[in-house]
Design a protein around this ligand. Sequence first.
Ligand code: AN7
Length: 358
Amino acid sequence: MPVGVIARYRAHLPIGPSTPEVDLSEGSTPLIRSRNIGRALGLRHLYFKYEGLNPTGSFKDRGMVVAVARALESGSKVFMCASTGNTSASMAAYAARTGARAIVVVPSGAGRAQGSQPQIAMNKLSQALMYGAKVIALRGNFDFALETVRDLTSHYPVALMNSVNPARIEGQKTAAFEIVDALGDAPDYVVLPVGNAGNITAYWKGFREYHAAGKATRLPRMVGAQAEGAAPIVDGAPVADPKTVASAIRIGNPASWEGATSARDESGGTIAAVTDTEILSAQIRLAGSEGLFAEPASAAPLALLIRLVRDGKVEKEAVTVVVLTGSGLKDPDVALKNVEPPVELDGDARTLAKVLKL
Ligand code: AN7
């Protein structure tokens, strides 16, 4: 098996003979069949695309490797992005690997006291810093950070690595290819979180291209999940102060808004909002009954699927793929708030057995 998405899907990517070879062995993530949630919901063919197994722990590596290869090809040596965390971790890793300079702008929250922390998950921040990126916590939310980075990169010789960079979308579409390659055809439903809306745009592009190439006989319905406090596409208007526990998708004005609504409308799908309570309960259910630990944003699509099944909107025989976009290890703080802390015990095997009711 070729290593990395460029080697595996080169013929479908904007990669030429002079594009430098870059990889961290990203992509080729498992499509894991549900053992318990599918049965409980009455769905016979439920799968999870486990993107947390990418080298930096999220799907972002697929698009980043292509964007980095293209940026290097055009002579760029400084990369920049605004990020809710995962894009920054990914960009910093590929910059480290290729000897480029990485500059990351993360939201630090609006109107907060000096010394406030970046409003991204701690382990994503630790990744960007460990990979050697310069991290700026810019006062304001993600949307302002992206606006600022777009402004700066249009005036300085710095490559913009957000998903407004078309190479990012090209790389991310390979996840759709992998799903078709694994199932032998496109599924009936693909359910995924929507933040800046690059990924739903990329999946839809991937499914359409594979269909046009004769590799799939049909197209899936695209189902997007937003968090209720950060649901601009569902509301039909930007959200000035987006709020949700799922910091990855705390985005009020998605850059690929139109890509998302096209994917939804052309595929006959839907984009709907779920509450933080639904997200956290889906996250625990996924970990506790499937052995799959995904970050809160990645649990949003399962939360939405549970609701759609309850409302009778998904046929029992449908082949459904839920995309788990990022690893649960990214955001331990949110996870630990929702589980019982360890029991502290001073005792021997006998007292331990008693406490455990063995
Ligand atoms: C785990 O890292 O926007 O709709 O700056 O990290 O393509 O934005 C992350 C987004 C879903 C939403 N799941 O994808 C960033 C960033 C996870 C994510 C999304 C993100 P898009």
